[in-house]
Design a protein around this ligand. Structure first.
Ligand code: FES
Ligand code: FE2
Length: 453
């Protein structure tokens, strides 16, 4: 209420006016009323006290909300395909979706390598596999049925039942270590894919089985081994001791669907010159590189990076990168990060951060959903003392990744890029990545045929 404004009772009759007076003894201003009868004074005083108390409780509630939101609940920054990398496409709703579709159709993808390289790919995060409920996941040109058996082991089977083709992950039931098909209740063991039970038949044919995929649960994620020649794995993603021991806590994740070939995404790490071009402008200016492509040197990020394939013959699947990052305001260094990065195979990256507040770790997975659609997930772990820092890191990293996505969603893959000698890490990366393709790796044209319907 403004000083000097009229005061109204419930009957809306004016009963007095506010005036400001000075309490010289306390050196403070306070508010008084004039010409107010006792009943109205009581009402007004109670209302004033009530609003002060309300303000206090609202402030406390606000602080609790912020603590819970940023220090307790892990952040989830999930973006659908139209929500990142297409901020230059105007419009809203269906009109915008149609525009994005047009951009996708008009885009030249180039002579891309085979679309599904050999390696471990994350199909689900551990918490997504609920007890007694199978999960259907589409990736790598396949539909998978994921489920957790009675002993807690996570299994991955081909989703379609060999009996009459029902999708066992849709309405299937978990019985011990088996998944039971909803259509006629045949049961298949998660460890070997063999049919163990047909409710209306005395005999189970020996050949009754469904394809079983090798699975691995590590760092709170479930990976599938994919190999075009059906070869067994020669390596596995490393377990991160700080996650396994519970020393670091899960602080949140981001998730993006990206229109690009899988090789383009980890190639970013070896593209040492793109950091100071694309990621120099401060995160506070957002992710739209079309609207934000000028240097803002008063508040910026500076990067130094290297990328090398592992020299250990037993670790051929690993690429090692080092990233040094400074945040600068008017030329003064405000923050510094050292990041040790290990790329393991085509679909998994481990990033260890050394920050002024301590250490933390981020895992990155890239899973091909379709030949030109990649699901990228970052999961962040840190000690509790760095909870807020980790939350800010997720926000900052997400904005930076969205800048890359805007490039990836629109770029063409160049089989023979025009490189200068300073780009040599890129050439090394491409040679290194080629080890994950084999004779029968699916190509864009072969997979497109199977997607047509
Ligand atoms: S289709 Fe699965 S049991 Fe018949
Ligand atoms: Fe990048």
């Amino acid at each position: 209420m403004k000083i000097g404004s009229e005061i109204f009772t419930e009957s809306s009759a004016p009963v007095g006016k506010w005036k400001k007076s000075c309490d010289s003894a306390k050196g403070k201003y306070r508010l008084q009323t004039m010409e107010v009868n006792t009943h109205d004074w009581y009402t007004i005083t109670t209302a004033s006290l009530g609003s002060a108390a309300t303000l206090k409780y609202l402030t406390i509630a606000g602080v609790i909300y912020l603590i819970v939101k940023y220090l307790v609940i892990p952040l989830d920054w999930t973006k659908e395909m139209d929500e990142s990398g297409y901020s230059n496409v105007p419009g809203t709703g269906y009109r915008r979706l149609n525009q994005i579709d047009k951009v996708r159709r008009n885009r030249k993808i180039g002579d891309i390598p085979p679309v599904y390289p050999n390696g471990w790919f994350m199909l689900a995060e551990s918490h997504q596999i609920k007890k007694n409920t199978p999960l259907q996941v589409t990736a790598l040109g396949e539909n998978f049925a994921l489920f957790r058996g009675a002993d807690g082991q996570c299994h991955i089977l081909h989703a379609y039942c060999p009996h009459l083709g029902a999708n066992m992950a849709i309405g299937g039931r978990i019985v011990g270590d088996c998944i039971e098909c909803p259509f006629h209740k045949w049961q298949f063991n998660g460890y070997d894919g063999k049919c163990t039970h047909i409710p209306y038949s005395d005999k189970v044919p020996k050949f009754a089985e469904v394809k079983r995929y090798r699975s691995l649960e590590v760092n709170d994620m479930i990976f599938v081994w994919y190999h075009a020649e059906d070869e067994e794995p020669t390596w596995v993603p490393d377990e991160i001791p700080e996650i396994a021991s519970g020393k670091y806590f899960y602080r949140g994740r981001n998730e993006f669907k990206i229109n690009a070939h899988i090789q383009e995404i980890p190639e970013n790490g070896s593209d040492v010159w793109h950091f100071n071009a694309l990621h120099s402008t401060s995160v506070i200016f957002g992710s739209d590189i079309a609207a934000n492509n000028s240097d803002k040197k008063f508040f910026n990020h500076e990067w130094e990076s290297t990328w090398e394939p592992s020299t250990d013959p037993a670790m051929r699947h690993i690429g090692v990168s080092k990233l040094l990052h400074h945040v600068k305001v008017f030329g003064f260094v405000l923050g510094k990060l050292d990041i040790d990065i290990r790329q393991m195979g085509p679909g998994y990256v481990e990033l260890k951060f050394w920050t002024p507040l301590g250490r933390m770790v981020i895992t990155q997975t890239v899973t091909p959903i379709e030949p030109m659609i990649q699901k990228v997930v970052h999961r962040v772990y840190a000690p509790w003392t760095m909870a807020l820092y980790a939350t800010l890191m997720i926000i900052g990293e997400s904005i930076m990744v969205e800048r890359d996505i805007m490039v990836w969603n629109n770029k063409k893959y160049l089989e023979r890029p025009l490189l200068v000698k300073e780009d040599k890490a890129l050439a090394k990366y491409r040679r290194w990545f080629s080890q994950f393709y084999s004779e029968h790796s699916p190509t864009y044209s072969t997979t497109k045929k199977s997607l047509e319907w």
